[in-house]
Design a protein around this ligand. Structure first.
Ligand code: BG6
Length: 467
C-alpha cells in the first residue's frame, strides 16, 4: 500500500472571522460582515468558537492529536482597523501570542492574510473594485511579513478569490449582496490577483526565509453530457470563469486568448467590458515566477448543462436537501447527477474531482511548483450524543479524498500537505452554526471542545501516513 511521505503535512484549517469572536473588541475595526449579520439576524459572529481566548486549548489539541500544522488567518482589521494608516497594537500582539503558542506546541502556522474580511472602511468604498484596496492590501501584507518574519514561514495572500467574487456579485450571499453581475465579479477577481502579485513581489524583494502562495477554491466542471457540444462549452465557460481565469493569473501572470475570449463573452452578458492596466500584467508575470506553491481548497465538483433561460440562483443555507439551484443565463446550469451523492447542503461528493483538478494543473501549468490542499472536509449535522460524536460520513468523505490525493502523488503531482476544514467547529458564512465541519466539536454555550470520531481517525492517519 502506498503511503504519504514522512514530510507530508497533515493539518487543520481555520479562518479569523469564523472562529475568533471578539469582533468588536480589542481595538478591532469593523468588517462588512458585522453589520450584515446583525441586520440579517440569523446568527452572530460572536463569540463564534472564541479562538481569541481559547487558542491555547485548540493548539494543545493539535499537539495531542498529532495535527502538525494549522491554517490561521490574520484579521486585517485587527491590525489596521481602517484598512490602512493607524495600527492597533493589541491586534498585532495577539497574533504574536498565537504564533508563539503554535511553536510551543510544535504546530506550524500557515498564515492567510485575507479570508473574506476586508476592513469595512475599504469594503464600503468598493473593496477590490477600487485600486485603493489593492494598494492598502499590499501595505498590510508588507507590514505582516516584517512583523512576523521570525514566527511565520508559510504565507498565503488570499483565500478563495472566485468564491469572494461570485458570492459578492453573482450569487449575492456575501455583502454587498449584488446579483448576476459577472463583470463586477471578474473585475474584482483581477483586482485581488494584482493585490496578490504586489504582495508576493514585496515578500520576495525582502528575501525573507519563508514561502508564499495563494489559495484558490477549485471545483472541477464536467459537462453533463460529454457528447453534447453545448454542454461541453457550458462547462468550459464555467471553468474559465471560476478556475482558469485565476490559474492563468497565478501561473502565467497573464490571461490566455482562450480565457480572454470567454471572459469577454461572459461580461458582455451584462453589457460590461473587462478592463485592466498593462502594468498589472507586468507585476502579475513577475509574481507568477516567484510563487512558491498553490493552496487548493476542494469540496465538490459540478456537472454542467447548457442554459440560456433566466438567471435563477437559490442558495441552500439551511441543510434542506434538494433546495439548491444555480442557473446562470448564457453560462450554464449546475445539475445533480444520478449516482453522485450530495451533502445536506447539496454539495456533490465526487472525490475524483480533486484528482482531476490536480492532474489538470500539472499538465496545463507545468511551472507550478507545489500544491497544498488547504481545505477539504464535509459539512454535517453532527449529533453530540453526550460527547460520543460519531461522524463516520465525514471520515468516509476525507478518506476517499485522501485516497485520490495519494493517487495524484503516485501519478507524479507534487502535493505537500492536506488541511482538513475545519480544525474545530466554526460557523459557516452563509449557513450559520448548524453546518459543522470540525474534527473537534464546539459546544457554543460552554466553549468546551470534544474530539469527534474523525479526530481520532485523523490522528492515526497523521501518525502512520496511511489511509
Ligand atoms: C471555504 C471557505 O469556502 O469553504 C471557508 O474558505 C468555508 O471559510 C468553507 O467555511 C466551507 O464553506 P461553507 O459555506 O460550508 O461554510
Amino acid at each position: 500500500m502506498m503511503k504519504f511521505s514522512e514530510d507530508f503535512v497533515f493539518g487543520g484549517a481555520t479562518a479569523a472571522y469564523q472562529c475568533e469572536g471578539s469582533t468588536r473588541a480589542y481595538g478591532k475595526g469593523k468588517v462588512a460582515w458585522d453589520d450584515y449579520l446583525e441586520k440579517q439576524g440569523r446568527f452572530s459572529a460572536d463569540p463564534a468558537s472564541d479562538f481569541y481566548h481559547k487558542y491555547p486549548v485548540d493548539l494543545k489539541l493539535c499537539k495531542d492529536f498529532s495535527i502538525k500544522a494549522i491554517r490561521i488567518s490574520i484579521a486585517w482589521s485587527r491590525i489596521f482597523p481602517e484598512g490602512k494608516g493607524k495600527i492597533n497594537q493589541e491586534g498585532v500582539d495577539f497574533y504574536h501570542r498565537v504564533f508563539q503558542e503554535c511553536h510551543k506546541n510544535d504546530v506550524e502556522p500557515y498564515v492567510t492574510l485575507h479570508h473574506f474580511d476586508t476592513p469595512d472602511a475599504l469594503h464600503s468604498r468598493g473593496d477590490f473594485l477600487n485600486r485603493e484596496t489593492i494598494d492598502a492590501f499590499a501595505k498590510y501584507a508588507e507590514f505582516c511579513f516584517e512583523e512576523y518574519k521570525d514566527e511565520v514561514t508559510y504565507w498565503f495572500t488570499f483565500n478563495e478569490v472566485w468564491p469572494i467574487a461570485t458570492n459578492q456579485y453573482i450569487e449575492g450571499t456575501f455583502p454587498p449582496c449584488i446579483t448576476y453581475d459577472i463583470t463586477k465579479a471578474v473585475q474584482s477577481m483581477h483586482g485581488m490577483m494584482v493585490a496578490h502579485a504586489k504582495a508576493v513581489c514585496a515578500y520576495k524583494a525582502h528575501n525573507y526565509k519563508g514561502y508564499i502562495g495563494i489559495i484558490h477554491s477549485l471545483e472541477t466542471k464536467y459537462p453533463l453530457n460529454e457528447n453534447d457540444p453545448k454542454d461541453v462549452y457550458a462547462a468550459k465557460k464555467e471553468d474559465v470563469l471560476a478556475n482558469q481565469f485565476l490559474l492563468d493569473a497565478t501561473f502565467l501572470g497573464y490571461y490566455t486568448d482562450e480565457t480572454l475570449n470567454i471572459i469577454n463573452e461572459l461580461v458582455h452578458l451584462n453589457n460590461g467590458t473587462f478592463e485592466y492596466d498593462p502594468a498589472d500584467i507586468e507585476i502579475m508575470k513577475k509574481a507568477a515566477k516567484e510563487n512558491d506553491y498553490l493552496g487548493m481548497n476542494h469540496y465538490q465538483s459540478h456537472f454542467i448543462k447548457a442554459y440560456d433561460g433566466e438567471n435563477e440562483i437559490h442558495h441552500n443555507g439551511t441543510g434542506e436537501k434538494g433546495t439548491k439551484k444555480f442557473k446562470l443565463k448564457g453560462v450554464g446550469e449546475r445539475v445533480f447527477k444520478e449516482g453522485i451523492p450530495t451533502t445536506d447542503w447539496d454539495w456533490l461528493i465526487y472525490p475524483q474531482g480533486m484528482y482531476d483538478m490536480i492532474m489538470r494543473i500539472k499538465k496545463q501549468y507545468p511551472n507550478y511548483k507545489a500544491i497544498y490542499i488547504t481545505e477539504n472536509g464535509m459539512g454535517y449535522k453532527d449529533d453530540f450524543n453526550n460527547g460520543n460524536i460519531d461522524d463516520s460520513p465525514r471520515i468516509d468523505y476525507i478518506k476517499q479524498h485522501l485516497q485520490w490525493l495519494l493517487k495524484s502523488i503516485e501519478d507524479g503531482a507534487n502535493v505537500k500537505g492536506y488541511f482538513v476544514w475545519s480544525l474545530m467547529d466554526v460557523f459557516s458564512w452563509s449557513n450559520g452554526y448548524n453546518k459543522r465541519y470540525g474534527l473537534f466539536y464546539v459546544d457554543y454555550n460552554t466553549q468546551e471542545r470534544y474530539p469527534k470520531k474523525s479526530a481520532y481517525w485523523f490522528k492515526r492517519v497523521s501518525e502512520t501516513k496511511e489511509v
